[in-house]
Design a protein around this ligand. Structure first.
Ligand code: C5J
Length: 222
């Protein structure tokens, strides 16, 4: 067994049971005119991590390890969008409204797509999720069980919302979780820092955090 250099202590990698999960690297969170921008956020913070996320994905592909992608999106009839989600904030465009990249966060619309630089390749799993956590109302749990996955390496956006929520869901379901620090981002730098600190506090209460180089070195040598 090879450990990944990580905080708060080395991550005990099980190479045969690990997958990368890339959370919501969608145009709607990263491009002007999308959902993130409609909430008043600086989306350039998200586009800056694209090369790092790409490098991490490439490393997993090269090592022959599974890559899973998630997309936050809703049905066109909005039947999976509760008012408690649609009515939050004071955005210029709400989920389901028509924006410059199509309807905001609706399955199949151009803005909902994964960024082209990070697009899934044939054979990779894509999870469409209506919630912040990727286990809620999706088949992710069954898919992971079917593939014998026990450890998840996390990348994507935003650190303190969909990434952290999914890590917590995964940890409660018995998965060992590791967050790739350079491959995740928030619209709020202080929230990214706080989420990282929370995740690895108290002896990795939610999971571990590590640098991409250390993750790639370990998966290539395990
Ligand atoms: C948000 C996400 N922030 N993917 N979604 O609404 O984190």
């Amino acid at each position: 067994m090879t450990d990944i250099k990580a905080q708060p202590f080395p991550f005990p990698l099980q190479r045969e049971a690990v997958a990368l999960i890339v959370i919501d690297m969608q145009r709607d969170f990263a491009e002007p005119g999308g959902f993130g921008a409609s909430l008043g956020n600086d989306v350039s913070r998200i586009t800056k991590i694209i090369p790092d996320v790409k490098r991490l994905i490439a490393g997993f592909r090269l090592a022959g390890l599974p890559v899973i992608h998630t997309m936050e999106c809703h049905r066109p009839d909005l039947s999976d969008l509760p008012p408690a989600k649609r009515d939050r904030g004071n955005p210029s465009l709400r989920i389901g409204d028509l924006g410059p990249m199509g309807r905001i966060l609706i399955a199949g619309e151009p803005g909902t797509a994964i960024l082209p630089e990070l697009a899934p390749i044939d054979g990779e799993i894509i999870i469409e999720k209506p919630g912040k956590g990727a286990f809620y109302a999706t088949g992710l749990g069954d898919i992971l069980k079917g593939k014998g996955i026990k450890q998840l390496v996390f990348a994507g956006v935003t650190t303190e919302v969909c990434v952290q929520t999914t890590m917590r869901e995964a940890n409660d379901r018995g998965y060992e979780c590791l967050l790739a620090e350079e491959a995740t981002e928030s619209y709020f730098p202080e929230f990214k820092a706080a989420a990282i600190a929370m995740i690895r506090a108290q002896g990795a209460i939610v999971g571990w955090t590590a640098h991409i180089d250390d993750i790639l070195e370990a998966i290539n040598h395990a």
